[in-house]
Design a protein around this ligand. Structure first.
Ligand code: ADP
Length: 990
């Protein structure tokens, strides 16, 4: 097939590859190359780059033009694509294998304006980062006016786009202007970046500063902060690797990421952006991961390419009242240079690629990310949030790499478009949990006992996937070992356990007769609860002595250990406090809601329906100087409230409230507030949950005739499910599910991990009829799969594409699935399956003569797996769909499958796309066509079949009128062969 035809055929894939990241950089680079080769002339370029046009429109124009220009241009276009696209994205479609036979063009007079075109790609890359200097040269030589400069500098352009605009402008100014730019670039190359010189070393004063900075970073990070800080644990001793994954698919990344990959080039989607986002749930280990990164940098173990690392905590930056410049931010908030501040700062400005900034907890900033206020000068002062947003989006300190952590809910599209990549931190794997517990307990016998106990408590094991819960469970191992199965089910249970643990270990053991532990410490709970509650309402996480006093927090309350002294940033250096962890603050806020007699009556509905909150209850009761000082403008306070209403903290607090009001814990409140009040609160929560669910169900559209009724979960659905789970009241779960009448429940991209799976299974087991459960693109993993087992009987089909599931998860899933009569379909595209799990599918197929669909695409199944699967298929009479796209079964695997399916009377659809199948496989598959009475579609795209193999398929098709199509795109056939075969058999699709 010619390159010209391929451009047409692969149009969608090319569009996707060039545009899906949202950045125009790839398209721009392709245009640069084609311009430099003379395949496009400047007029073509202008016709494509129409200002204001969408990226897709521009790319479509390019494709039309390239196609219209003929085969040679198409070949060069493909070569440019290959050069520009990251390997993963380029792999999505095949490139024509032939090369251009165009001769280098000769005979053109070599003018400077022409050189601007022929060397455009390298000029763009050389000019990036020094556009200002080049502009200066052009202004000085009289070729550019300040209006020209402003046109180039427009902040909407990325640095490479600025470089391109500069070149375009220069060309229009003529030969002399072009000469100036070329001379400038030559000079720059001649002087060479000092960093390229092998024995370059930074100035002494910078090295001295680096030493000071790294020893301060090391001191700050060598002990685990937050929860673990309670026992001064060294980070080295306890750090356990969490699961790190790219948020987007990347074909060239296999296996988990390591710490270094967070900052490294792996998985970059936007090379122009500087900011890497690490996202994960509260307590998922984001701060700890950053801390480890800091420590390893300070020791010189990793990130050696960065000379200076500046760590920031957004929580602490919140307390910064003054406007700051970048210089003040770096030096005053991180490390003060003892001398030569100017020189050091200039070094930082001149060498952005040697600098790394980290910002922990972006979600804790009081103001959501916005890129409205642009700052361009590093000396300009601005409120700290604005400064931070400008750093993140790159209008300040472009080229400095930044790592930001946040909970995923707090990251909106405004921030996403400035991301270099996103990395998801997804808690511990099962072996991670074991490793953590063993590190936590020096006595191996105790560790083994804890692990044994966890194995018997399935729901708890699911919770331990979250590092913070794993820590609590390990920390409270005595309580854990003393309790029976079923007593620790929910996150609330685990937090109540640590509450009790702290109270019992920190207070003097006076024997109070007859009083419950909570009653004994009710004052502390109420004081800390009010502090936490007020803080949640106003996004306040650091409390001054005055705040503590307002809520009646005493020295004795502080001694209990839930509050720790925070590393104070305030100019007065007065003592400040924060909760051990944000989750602990939310838990205390919930304790306050449930146990206080003073709590506003509307609190519960405000908490569960934050959109109704403005002006009442939560948020408006703030009494903290730190959060909303008397000087604060009312509009600002209102803005904060509005932002807070959306924050996940309220949701976590509401989840704890549901748990604390569950029947199992109601006796705790007997002595705190009248039973009638508690009952009323319970009814309120149940009503809110039911109302919330109802709202979701009302949004389900009526199905189009013939279609199934399906519901796509909206944000908040999973949270409601979690609240219901925390209540542990099957009546509430039953009631919620009684109103859900759908055939298909879609929860794709909903951030579902093991903890969410536990809650989902608890609720979905009460569905009235089995459904199709679609959980594609989450992080279910093997632990999550195990949590889902209780609702398997209600899953007609289970879609778990892209979920990090391994053979072990499948073993457990199928052991239960095989016994669930309704379970008939499974889709496991893009997981981590190997031949080792195929025996379980084979067993399933042998035992279940009503199983309909098995899709195992993009895993690691080889010829061996295919042979095992064939064993199961031989004795199965029901399977209709079998998908093995993107595995490695080869000819031998195809032959084995074909012999098992030869006379199938049920199989309708078979896909062996991209499996290295050749003529031998095709020949065997022809037998299915010949004999099967049911097969309608056979997919053999992206294999290595030649005419010989296709001939077998053609002959077989002559004997089969039922078959609708055989797909053979991208096999080893010439254009002529394709034409000839298409004429002979129209059901072959090439
Ligand atoms: P986040 O920043 O996501 O809210 P943290 O990093 O504060 O979570 O983690 C909370 C607690 O969980 C830590 O104090 C520590 O006890 C435990 N933890 C988190 N990640 C790890 C890890 N990688 N290794 C060991 N313990 C961890």
């Amino acid at each position: 097939m010619s390159a010209q035809e391929l451009v047409l055929r692969q149009r969608t894939e090319i569009l996707h590859a060039l545009c899906s990241s949202g950045s125009a950089e790839h398209l721009d680079q392709v245009l640069d190359i084609l311009l430099s080769q003379g395949e496009l002339v400047p007029e073509d370029y202008q016709n494509i780059q129409v200002p204001g046009q969408a990226l897709y429109t521009k790319t479509r124009r390019l494709l039309d033009l390239v196609h219209a220009k003929g085969v040679d241009t198409c070949v060069l276009f493909y070569a440019a694509l290959k050069q520009v696209l990251p390997e993963g994205r380029a792999a999505g479609f095949s490139f024509p294998g032939f090369c251009s036979n165009r001769e280098e063009e000769v005979g053109h007079p070599s003018t400077s304006t022409r050189t601007l075109l022929t060397q455009r790609p390298s000029l763009v890359s050389n000019l990036q980062g020094c556009v200002e200097d080049a502009l200066h040269a052009l202004v000085t030589s009289g070729h550019f006016t300040s209006a020209d400069c402003n046109d180039v500098r427009l902040p909407i352009y990325t640095p490479s786009q600025q470089a391109r605009r500069l070149l375009d402008h220069v060309r229009s100014k003529g030969e002399l202007a072009a000469k100036v730019v070329l001379q400038y670039v030559q000079q720059k190359q001649g002087s060479g970046s000092s960093l390229n010189q092998e024995n370059w070393s930074p100035p002494k004063v910078v090295l001295k500063y680096q030493k000071k900075l790294s020893s301060s970073v090391s001191a700050q990070s060598c002990f685990l902060s937050t929860y673990g800080g309670t026992s001064h644990m060294s980070l080295d001793d306890i750090y356990t690797e969490g699961q790190l994954e790219l948020a987007h698919n990347c074909d060239d990344v296999h296996g988990p990421l390591c710490l270094e990959d967070v900052v490294g080039a792996v998985g970059t989607v936007n090379k122009e952006a500087d900011t890497v986002l690490v996202s994960g749930d509260a307590g998922g280990g984001k701060s700890t991961l950053l801390q480890m990164l800091h420590l390893l940098w300070a020791r010189g173990t990793i990130l050696g390419e960065f000379l200076l690392l500046f760590p920031f905590s957004c929580r602490r930056l919140n307390s910064e009242r003054q406007e700051l410049s970048v210089k003040e931010l770096l030096f005053e908030h991180c490390c003060w240079p003892d001398r030569e501040q100017e020189e050091i700062f200039q070094f930082i400005l001149d060498h952005p690629h040697l600098i790394l900034f980290t910002f922990d907890g972006l979600d804790e900033l009081k103001q959501g990310f916005s890129d409205e206020h642009r700052l361009c000068r590093p000396t300009q002062r601005a409120p700290v949030q604005i400064l931070l947003f400008n750093l993140i989006q790159g209008s300040l300190m472009k080229g400095v790499r930044k790592v930001v952590t946040s909970r995923p809910e707090a990251v909106g599209p405004a921030l996403r478009k400035h991301l270099r990549k996103e990395v998801l931190l997804q808690g511990f794997t099962p072996s991670g949990i074991e490793c953590f517990v063993r590190k936590h307990h020096h006595d191996p016998a105790v560790a083994s006992k804890v692990l044994e106990s966890l194995r018997t408590k399935n729901a708890l094991l699911g919770l331990c996937h979250s590092p913070v819960l794993c820590w609590i469970v390990s920390h409270c191992h005595k309580e854990l070992l003393g309790c029976g199965e079923g007593s620790l089910q929910t996150i609330t249970d685990v937090y109540l356990m640590i509450l009790q643990h702290f109270f019992q270990h920190r207070s003097s053991p006076k024997s109070t007769t007859g009083t419950s532990w909570l009653q004994e410490h009710l004052d502390t709970v109420l004081h800390l609860g009010q502090l936490a509650f007020e803080g949640i309402g106003t996004s306040c996480f650091i409390f001054s002595a005055a705040d503590l006093e307002t809520c009646g927090v005493t020295e004795k309350d502080i001694c209990m250990g839930f509050l720790v002294q925070s590393k104070d940033m305030s100019p007065t250096h007065s003592k400040c406090f924060e909760f051990l962890h944000l989750m602990m603050q939310c838990f205390f806020a919930a304790l306050y809601v449930v146990s206080s007699n003073n709590a506003d009556r509307s609190i519960i509905s405000n908490l569960f329906e934050p959109q109704n909150m403005r002006g009442t209850g939560l948020g408006s009761t703030s009494c903290f100087g730190v959060c909303s000082s008397a000087t604060e403008k009312p509009e600002q306070a209102l803005k904060w409230e509005a932002a807070t209403a959306e924050t996940p903290n309220l949701k976590i607090t509401a989840t704890f409230v549901s748990g604390l009001l569950s029947q199992r814990h109601r006796s705790l409140w007997l002595h705190c507030c009248p039973g009638a009040v508690t009952e009323k609160r319970v009814r309120q929560v149940v009503r809110c949950l039911s109302k919330g669910m109802h709202k979701h169900f009302k949004s389900i559209p009526q199905p189009v005739e013939g279609d199934k009724k399906s519901m796509h979960a909206m944000p908040g659905f999973v949270w409601l499910i979690k609240c219901i789970y925390e209540m542990q009241d099957s009546r509430v779960a039953k009631d919620a599910m009684s109103k859900l009448v759908v055939d298909h429940l879609k929860l794709t991209y909903c951030n579902i991990g093991p903890v969410e799976c536990t809650a989902l299974a608890y609720v979905l087991q009460h569905l009235r009829n089995p459904v199709g459960l679609q959980l594609d693109n989450n992080s279910v993993g093997d632990v999550g799969v195990e949590q889902l087992l209780p609702c398997m009987h209600n899953c007609r089909s289970l879609y778990l594409r892209n979920n990090n599931i391994t053979d072990e998860g499948i073993r457990k899933l199928l052991a239960t699935g095989i016994r669930c009569d309704s379970f008939q379909k499974i889709a496991l595209f893009n997981n981590k399956l190997t031949d080792a799990c195929i025996q379980h599918f084979s067993h399933l197929l042998k035992s279940r003569q009503d199983f309909l669909s098995l899709r195992l695409g993009n895993n690691n199944i080889t010829e061996e797996g295919a042979k095992q699967l064939a064993e199961g298929l031989k004795s199965n009479r029901s399977l209709k769909y079998l998908g093995l796209w993107g595995n490695k079964i080869g000819d031998a695997g195809a032959v084995a499958l074909a012999s098992a399916l030869e006379s199938s009377t049920s199989l309708v659809w078979l896909s062996l796309v991209g499996n290295g199948v050749g003529n031998a496989g095709a020949g065997a598959l022809a037998n299915i066509i010949r004999n099967s009475t049911s097969l309608e579609e056979l997919w053999l795209t992206e294999n290595c079949i030649t005419t010989k193999g296709v001939e077998c398929l053609v002959q077989a098709l002559k004997e089969n009128t039922r078959m609708k199509s055989v797909w053979l795109i991208n096999n080893d056939l010439t254009l002529e062969e394709v034409e000839e075969l298409t004429q002979r058999e129209s059901r072959l699709i090439f």
